[in-house]
Design a binder for this molecule. Structure first.
Ligand SMILES: *Cc1c(COP(=O)(O)O)cnc(C)c1O
Length: 232
């Protein structure tokens, strides 16, 4: 067994355990493998162990891997900051974008989605801990943004994404995730025709807390691929 095989196995077990604790079916939680900085052969290994969803943060790096792994049936997710002049390759190469936080970007993704491809799945990134340094729409501005994005024809507004302020305390970790769940419930009521079914939340250090509060997609890098090396 490779280390990736082994860690993927462990993660699936941990997700199932957290799901059981939350009294939720474990298939209601999707594992998104966050593969930024990792070489294509590691993604290939995870794929051969059954992993299909991969998340990337850096556009050029992602495009190189998408190219190198064309032979695999991977579902690609863009989860990094988006420059509005770089939306076209995102609209053309990804199935999901988790990091939309302004209408201009959503509109460009909509206009640039190639004809004949399925609508682009989008999550709105919420700055749930209201940190000045973080991207994301503020909770108070979410309804206005979601209402606008829901009108776009080539976009499926699937839900919300957040990276809360970090805490080592599992109980404290839950509060912002609970707020996210409440925000999604509110949007579901206001926009009954939007396919809002996704809470993209929980990373290596707070996955369990997120699942207990309703995460439907957990984004895991370190716990699957090991610590990242940004030195080159
Ligand atoms: C890097 C990253 C992750 C994964 O973080 P880990 O702590 O390595 O699991 C998840 N989401 C986003 C948006 C990221 O940038």
């Amino acid at each position: 067994m490779t280390q990736i095989t082994d860690r993927l196995d462990q993660l699936r077990t941990q997700i199932a355990a957290a799901a059981e604790q939350a009294q939720r079916p474990s298939h209601s939680i999707k594992l998104l493998a966050v593969s930024k900085t990792r070489p294509a052969d590691e993604l290939r290994q995870a794929w051969s162990d059954g992993q299909r969803d991969f998340g990337e943060n850096y556009l050029q790096e992602a495009l190189d891997k998408i190219d190198a792994l064309r032979d695999l049936d991977i579902c690609w997710h863009f989860i990094g900051p988006i420059q509005s002049n770089k939306t076209r390759p995102i609209a053309e190469n990804f199935s999901w974008v988790h990091s939309v936080d302004r209408f201009k970007v959503a509109q460009r993704l909509n206009d640039q989605r190639p004809a004949g491809t399925p609508p682009l799945n989008i999550c709105l990134q919420v700055n749930i801990s209201e940190e000045a340094s973080k991207s994301g729409v503020l909770p108070s501005e979410l309804v206005a943004l979601a209402t606008q994005v829901a009108t776009l024809e080539n976009i499926h507004l699937r839900g919300l994404m957040a990276i809360p302020a970090s805490s080592d305390d599992p109980e404290r970790q839950r509060a912002p995730f609970a707020q996210m769940r409440e925000l999604l419930t509110r949007l579901q009521q206001l926009l009954p025709n939007a396919p809002l079914d996704t809470l993209s939340m929980g990373m290596s250090s707070d996955m369990e807390a997120a699942i207990l509060e309703g995460a439907t997609m957990v984004r895991i890098g370190t716990a699957l691929f090991g610590p990242r090396d940004y030195s080159h």
